[in-house]
Design a protein around this ligand. Structure first.
Ligand SMILES: [Zn+2]
Length: 203
């Protein structure tokens, strides 16, 4: 009797659900959109706290976005990389700022600042390696899926899009075709993410 009652109660619901798969899909899309908006808000407040000099708080916000977003947008690689510099996590800073520069190139909104902070982080990293042997726990980009933007393409960081790798030797320069990218010096986003993880096979 009880089971029958349950069936009776849920049958209309089930029928409704089955008859409108578009509605469910729409609902899921809305939920996903809502989640994304929330995460973009976290990134914004992370940026805000960084500008206010509240680096630990900024780190918390940005790290939350990193861990919950499906694929990491380029702006987040910049904010997280810059904030990492202020936190004294130089390896982490170099890692993420390098990703930003690779993803956006000179056309990036934050390109100039990214290059400046990247340089500072690299110098600090070298200096800290000389004096400090302790290792901070680093959050590195290879553990995340990077969003390459609407084109879905990235200039090959190995050959800088030249498709040729030049090695200077004693007997002159040695030219070798880049074995990672296509003939235009580009990588797909999937290939780029593999390259970061050291999983991209040469061809
Ligand atoms: Zn290449």
């Amino acid at each position: 009797m009880k089971r029958f009652l349950l069936l009776f109660l849920f049958a209309p619901l089930l029928a409704f659900a089955q008859s409108t798969p578009e509605k469910i899909k729409e609902y899921q899309l809305q939920q996903e959109q809502y989640r994304k908006t929330q995460l973009l808000r976290e990134i914004d407040s992370g940026k805000y706290y960084m500008e206010m000099g509240e680096y630990a708080l900024a780190d918390k916000k940005l790290k939350y976005a990193l861990d919950n977003i499906k694929s990491v947008p380029s702006d987040l690689t910049y904010f997280f990389g810059k904030n990492s510099y202020f936190l004294g996590k130089f390896k982490q800073s170099v890692d993420w700022l390098t990703k930003y520069v690779q993803l956006k190139g000179t056309s990036g909104q934050y390109y100039e600042d990214a290059v400046i902070v990247l340089q500072k982080a690299e110098n600090a990293l070298i200096a800290s390696r000389k004096t400090d042997t302790s290792q901070l726990a680093e959050v590195l980009s290879r553990n995340y899926e990077i969003d390459c933007g609407p084109t879905g393409k990235v200039i090959c960081p190995v050959c800088k899009g030249n498709t040729v790798i030049i090695k200077t030797g004693i007997f002159g320069n040695n030219y070798k075709s880049c074995t990672f990218c296509d003939k235009h010096g580009m990588l797909t986003c999937e290939e780029y993410n593999k390259l970061i993880r050291g999983e991209l096979a040469e061809h």
